[in-house]
Every structure is written in C-alpha cells, then in structure tokens.
Design a protein around this ligand. Structure first.
Ligand SMILES: Cc1ncc(COP(=O)(O)O)c(C=O)c1O
Ligand SMILES: [Zn+2]
Length: 414
C-alpha cells in the first residue's frame, strides 16, 4: 500500500493494516466499526502540490492517485470518470439572493451518477484481491455504476436492489451483464441480504460504508471543487444524503486537502435528506451519534434509506464541519428538478436535485447571507428515473395535426 498507513476504526480508534481486514472493525461491528483510510500525509504533501496538479494532464479522478488506495494501477478500468463540469450560474445565484452559485454535474459520469467515483475504486480492490465475484446492495445507482466497471473488467457481479428500483437503472444493470436480484423488501432489506450472501459465498462486497475504500473514491468530488474553483473554497457545499457515505467522504476530502496545505479553509457541508427518509436529520437534531431506523416514503428512490449505513462517520462529519442535515419535501425536490433543468440545463433525478432543494430552502429562510456562495452537487442524471422526473414538469406536450394551420391554432397564433 504505497501511501496508506492504516485503517482506523471510527469508534474505538483501533488501527488495522489493510492486509488484515477488508470491511469493518470486528470489535465494534458493521455500523459503529466503519474504518477510515489514513495516509502518510507528510509524504503526500510533497508529491501532490498545486503546481504538480497544474501540470497533470489526467483529467479524471485518477489525477489524485497519491490520495487513493490503489496498489496495482493496471487494474484501473478505462472508463473516464470524475473531473465533472462545474457551472457558475449567476442568474440562479441572484434569484436565490446569494453571491455566487456553482452546479457540479456528476450526472456526467459514465453510468450517470456520483457512484462511479466509488465503483471505480471498488473494482480495482476486487481485482487486486483476485476475488471470483463482486456483489453490492444498492437503491440502483451504486449497482449500475459497479456493473459498468465490472463489464469492462469481466468480473462476475451479483446485485441486490429493491424490487421497485427505477426501470432505467435495472436496464443498465442487465445490459452491463450483472446478475440482478430484485428483493421483495426495502433497500435496507436488500443490504442485509447482500451482506449475508457475500459472507456465505466469499464474494467481495461493494455495499456502501462497510467497505472502507468506497469513500476514498467519493472524496474526489471535494478535491475537484477546490481545483476547479482555483483553490477558493466555497462557503457551503450542498449534497443529497441517503446512507451518508458521499457526505462523510466529501468532508474527508476537504480535510485531506487542508491537511496537505492545498486549501486554507473548510466549507460548511449541508447534507439534504427527503422528509420521508430523514433519519440523519432527526439524529442531528437530537444530538445523538447514531440514528434511529425509520420506515421511508419518498419519490427520491436513491435516498430512500431507513438505516443509514455510514451514520457514525456522517454524524461526526456534520459536527466537525459545522454543517447541518436538513430535510426537504418531495414537492421541494420537484421544484429543484424544474429549476435545475429550466435555468441551468441540467436534468437531475430526484435525489440528484435534492442538494439544490436544500439550498433553495435555506436561501428562502435567509439562512445564507447575500455575500456567501455555494456549490451544489447534482449526484444523478434525470434520465435514470424518467417517471420520477416527469412529476416535476408543469408542462404537457401538445399533439398537433401534420398541418401548419393546426400548429397556429395550438400555439394560439391565430
Ligand atoms: C443520485 C444519488 N444521490 C445521492 C445519494 C446519497 O448517497 P449516500 O447514500 O452516500 O448518502 C445516492 C445514493 O444512492 C444517489 O444515488
Ligand atoms: Zn472498533
């Protein structure tokens, strides 16, 4: 492991060597015992500098290799990911009454979601371990992302999704060649079933949070913001939250860049959940370090999570970052989908627009000052869930006769 020094338990702080452990701390268990990947930061600070990055022509997230847990680079799959566009939208910033707004479109990754950042790393780890099969439980995006990378790698893949996962995500999975198991239950049920199967048959488990390397891929979104904004760290970063893995990873990413001297301050991270799936919002409000399980109800399927698997790290991160977990209604998410599409040309799936809904809510409540700025992550493309996204449209298409006179009538031009 070139730059990794240890894997440290989030709860008891015991440190392990990567060769000795794959998932969570055996003393603290899968929920409290998630592991944090630690690196030799002093060494990396010499290697990864503003000037080395300026010269780096690799415009994928592998440009941050010294801070990624890769041992054998030959297993990196040739799908281009990361370095997603960041759009400055002054008109939207003015409308929301804030100084500046950037939209970071992670729907532009190969399988069209943020999850490609994690899957790209998981596949390398699976190939390094020479496992026969890889598995994952997912609301849909993590799975379809994993399947894209394993399609290229030729690695057998077994996926557990809730039975009602959106059709586009299932279609991606099938065509990428994964074995797809639609579980008659919730995502939380699919997660437990996947872990049982992985243990029973010795498959490598890419399910979120329990695998320490996934967050390593997910932190690169933070690195890119720093670089793309020319090292000016924004006041706020908004992102949708389900299991809490993206959230805690972004925080780790900002902290690591701060630790190696690339940025001078840290942003406030705002994690946004759907009201009907907001166990982390409730735990944050109650001041606890774990979340009570809940039954979920939201049209934002990707974040319909009742038992957030990365809850311990996420709740730690929110306090450290002086950020917040907030909840938005499904109607607020629909308004955010419409605004992102109608004013920024970015089509987001419901969870993909949830960060934006959080910003709209905080701006409306004057919780962000007029001289403050924000980055909003769009974490998934709208084409992944057309039925969900259609609910945000206030317009209907108009059927016309193949006749210019009828066009004039329907457009009220006569
Ligand atoms: C589009 C999208 N946004 C946000 C999230 C939330 O990520 P996390 O579960 O790491 O909190 C997910 C997770 O599936 C997702 O697919
Ligand atoms: Zn422990």
């Amino acid at each position: 492991m070139p730059n990794i020094t240890s894997l440290k338990c989030t709860t008891c702080n015991k440190e392990y060597q990567p060769r000795d452990i794959d998932y969570t701390c055996p003393i603290c268990g899968p929920m409290r015992g998630t592991l944090e990947v630690l690196y030799d930061y002093d060494r990396i600070a010499k290697e990864l500098t503003r000037s080395s990055l300026q010269k780096n022509q690799n415009f994928t997230h592998w440009r941050y290799l010294p801070l990624l847990p890769i041992v054998e680079e030959k297993y990196i799959q040739p799908l281009s990911l990361g370095w997603t566009p960041i759009y400055n939208n002054q008109a939207l910033a003015d409308r929301l009454g804030i100084q500046n707004l950037w939209i970071k479109d992670d729907g532009r990754n190969p399988s069209a979601s943020y999850k490609d950042r994690a899957s790209s790393v998981a596949v390398v780890k699976a190939l390094e371990k020479q496992v026969p099969t890889i598995t994952a439980a997912s609301t849909g995006n993590a799975a379809s992302s994993l399947a894209a990378f394993t399609a290229v790698a030729g690695l057998p893949t077994v996926i557990f999704v809730p039975h009602n996962a959106p059709k586009a995500k299932i279609t991606q999975l099938l065509l990428f060649g994964a074995k797809v198991l639609r579980v008659q239950g919730s995502y939380d049920d699919a997660f437990d079933l996947c872990c049982t199967a992985a243990e029973k048959w010795g498959w490598y488990n890419r399910s979120t949070a329990i695998n320490p390397y996934l967050g390593e891929g997910k932190k690169t979104g933070a690195f890119e913001i720093c670089e793309q904004l020319n090292w000016q760290v924004p006041d706020y970063v908004f992102v949708a939250v389900g299991d809490g893995c993206i959230y805690q990873s972004l925080w780790k990413g900002f902290k690591e860049f701060h630790r190696i001297g690339l940025i001078e301050r840290l942003p406030k991270l705002i994690g946004v959940q759907a009201e009907g799936a907001s166990p982390l919002v409730q735990a944050f409000a109650a001041g606890t370090d774990t979340a009570e399980p809940i039954q979920t109800k939201t049209f934002a399927d990707s974040i319909s999570v009742g038992v957030p698997r990365d809850q311990v790290k996420a709740l730690k991160a929110v306090r450290e970052s002086k950020g917040q977990f907030i909840a938005v209604s499904d109607d607020e998410i629909k308004k955010a989908i419409a605004l992102l599409a109608g004013k920024a040309g970015v089509l987001a799936e419901p969870a993909g627009a949830t960060g934006m809904a959080g910003l709209m809510k905080m701006a409306q409540n004057s919780e962000i000052k007029p001289d403050e700025n924000a980055v909003v992550f769009v974490t998934g493309n709208g084409l992944k869930d057309i039925d969900g996204v259609m609910q945000a449209s206030e317009q209907q298409s108009v059927l016309v006769d193949n006749d210019i006179a009828d066009v004039a009538v329907k457009l009220k031009l006569v």
